[in-house]
Design a protein around this ligand. Sequence first.
Ligand code: NAD
Length: 365
Amino acid sequence: METDVVQLSDLKKVAPVFGQTSFDDHEQVVFCNDKDTGLKAIIGIHNTVLGPALGGTRMWQYTSEWDALNDVLRLSRGMTFKSAITGLNLGGGKAVIIGDAKTQKTPELMIRFGEFVHSLGGKYITAEDVGMKTEDMDLVRTVTPYVTGISEEKGGAGNPSPITAFGVFMGMKAAAKHAFGTDVLEDRVIYVQGIGNVGEALVEHLSNEGAQVYVSDINQDRLEEVRDKYGVNIYGGNNLYAEEMDIYAPCALGATVNDLTIDQLKAKVIAGAANNQLEEETRHGAILREKGIVYAPDFLINAGGIINVYAELENYGRQEIIRKTENIYNTTLEILSKAERNDITTHQAALAIATSRIEARKKEK
Ligand code: NAD
């Protein structure tokens, strides 16, 4: 009998969803499975106080289903705060499809995924993320209106990545202003890790401004292509974190600021596009602060993409997209100063503003 009790409490410790370390009062988590197309997806809806949960779909070959669940929980939570701090009337959601986007993504699989999105009746609205293209969203659009990031020919705002990159560039300039007293990036040594859709567009802004750009990627062809196009340097070493640099721009995947890398970091500023850059936001945020590294919160500076897709829902045009994205510069400066004034991490300062907006809306309801 006693053994039974022990086993029950052990079970509680590994409770698969509500017991996950990344679970943070998410409203709904939906597991989608379709044998015929091979679709295995998870939709995470973190919070819908400000509006429907909008966030992209990521297709990735996760090493385990636990990793996929953990990712969708972290990403959807990040979307809640991203939309809140950007002043958009949207909640936070995200979806992950387990699989290799290069070999396992088929039109049938995308349409089936769209049907699952549709079944949620608009509580979750999808868009593209890693492994997705506007063409994929166009396919989803054939079975549900609850999708953004569709192509311009189909009436959408098109690929959000260039706007995301512009917002990151604005946030990076603000962080540079805070750290170095000037936002001019000419001659600054900047490492861009991951030169996909966003990374490449960021490299273009940086090289136009005359920064000394180093790029790294796991894809050698991309590296050569981007080097030839913008005249930047390919990072040839195997430990980018330990290199002398002014700015580190993570533009691949999240959690690169972690226990293994944080002690090695020599950058004075971290500003990039990747979501969830800090593996443990409170602890790693505090270590960065102690080390005097200015961290521009990811969910604040990579909001250009959501501003772009939100235009499809609110029907505002290009000019307003640019204006809102440019404003990331001012918000970033404000948050970095607030953090300094209040002796808190920049991540905490950004989170506090986002949370207060959500709480205020809750009171109005
Ligand atoms: P992408 O898939 O186009 O590019 C990612 C790049 O990172 C690829 O070139 C890939 O080869 C590379 N990469 C993967 N692992 C790497 C590693 N270990 N080291 C170096 N490079 C590696 O994705 P994207 O759309 O450019 O997005 C990049 C990041 O920005 C993602 O974290 C995404 O969630 C985030 N983000 C994107 C948008 C958007 O509008 N696309 C908006 C907000 C946030």
